[in-house]
Write a protein that binds this ligand. Structure first.
Ligand code: G
Ligand code: MN
Length: 330
């Protein structure tokens, strides 16, 4: 394998890995090949032949992944996902103006499965598309039942995350719009959140999607701004309607003097572009006050509320309005 093999005039280089699997028979023959894939993906591959050996820890990780994957399929089949809503607070209007829908998954035996664990798996095996459809449907039901009949709640839009796999589908709009229509939800009441990484996977198609959605009044927010690379090019290339600065950027703003300078400039750029800005991951009052002084429009983070089930979220918003009115009177 250390020399290229000539095939129809092309030189092809193969790499190989030898996997050492202690007690492989415990995994069952149907899992063995998957385990080899899992194992080799963990190690950076070079041209040289590698010996990859899985220990108990690696095997445990593999089996956990298998269990969660099986549960994902069951959760889709049996409608076991829950949608939580996290408030997005306007520092200018001093109230909650929108919500981000966040999918949650629990199991009696497995406990709460963190989204950081099941979302990447769902992205890998393609079930993310079905999960996103479930979340969108749930948001529309929530909007129709609680938000549309109660304008005094002040909720203008719900942010819904969309995945790269969905954006590769030219019929994205055709898969989203009928759901809104079924619940009589106006298009501006759903905002689609997209990470930098997603946007760049198929940039031409993404641009076209954004224009098509723009025509029907549906906007895109850039999610996790600052977590990918070549950030400012995204601002130039794509017509985002809103920018959400990643929570890690927010945290480094308050910890690292260099990050502070860089992020302050990013904020100014976004403001000059006239784009509304949401800072994520705000956990303390001092952070909220400092960002308010910088003219940041909106804040999302534990300080203004964790992701909550719908009833709790509605109660929370009403309590915030009540507190604001009481404060106004005094
Ligand atoms: O990538 P995205 O921004 O969509 O991720 C949102 C995730 O961040 C949610 O899972 C939510 O629970 C988490 N989150 C939101 N606000 C905070 C915060 O203030 N602190 C921490 N640690 N996590 C947060
Ligand atoms: Mn998001």
């Amino acid at each position: 394998f250390s020399h290229p093999i000539a095939m129809e005039g092309e030189e092809i280089l193969f790499s190989a890995a030898i996997c050492g699997i202690p007690y492989g028979n415990q995994l069952g023959s149907e899992n063995l090949l998957n385990y080899v894939e899992y194992l080799t993906a963990l190690v950076p591959r070079t041209q040289e032949t590698l010996l990859v050996r899985g220990d108990e820890y690696v095997k445990h990780g593999f089996l956990r992944q298998k269990t969660i994957e099986a549960y994902l399929y069951r959760a889709i089949e049996e409608d076991l996902f829950e949608v939580y809503y996290q408030p997005i607070y306007s520092l200018k209007e001093k109230c909650v103006v929108s919500l981000e829908a966040l999918v949650r998954l629990k199991d009696e035996k497995l406990g709460a499965i963190p989204p950081d664990e099941f979302i990447p798996l769902a992205e890998q095996n393609g079930t993310i598309t079905q999960i996103s459809e479930i979340v969108l449907e749930e948001c529309c039901r929530f909007l129709a039942k609680h938000v549309l009949p109660n304008p005094s709640l002040g909720i203008r839009t719900i942010h819904v995350n969309i995945a790269a796999a969905q954006c590769l589908n030219r019929n994205l709009k055709e898969s989203i719009l009928p759901v809104l229509e079924r619940y009589h939800v106006p298009t501006h009441m759903i905002t689609l959140e997209l990470t930098e990484r997603t946007a760049i996977e198929a940039p031409k198609l993404m641009l076209w999607h954004m224009q098509e959605f723009g025509k029907i009044g549906m906007g895109f927010a850039m999610d996790d701004y600052g977590s990918g690379n070549s950030n400012c090019s995204y601002l130039i290339r794509f017509p985002f309607r809103e920018i959400k600065i990643d929570k890690n950027m927010t945290w480094s703003y308050f910890e690292n003097p260099t990050a502070k300078i860089v992020i302050e400039n990013e904020i100014k750029t976004i403001q000059k572009l006239g784009l509304p800005l949401i800072m994520e991951g705000v956990e303390k009052k001092e952070q909220s006050d400092a960002l308010e002084a910088l003219g940041v429009d909106m804040i999302q983070g534990y300080y203004y509320g964790k992701p909550m089930p719908e009833t709790e979220c509605l109660r929370y918003i009403r309590r915030m309005h009540f507190a604001k009115e009481e404060y106004g009177k005094s």
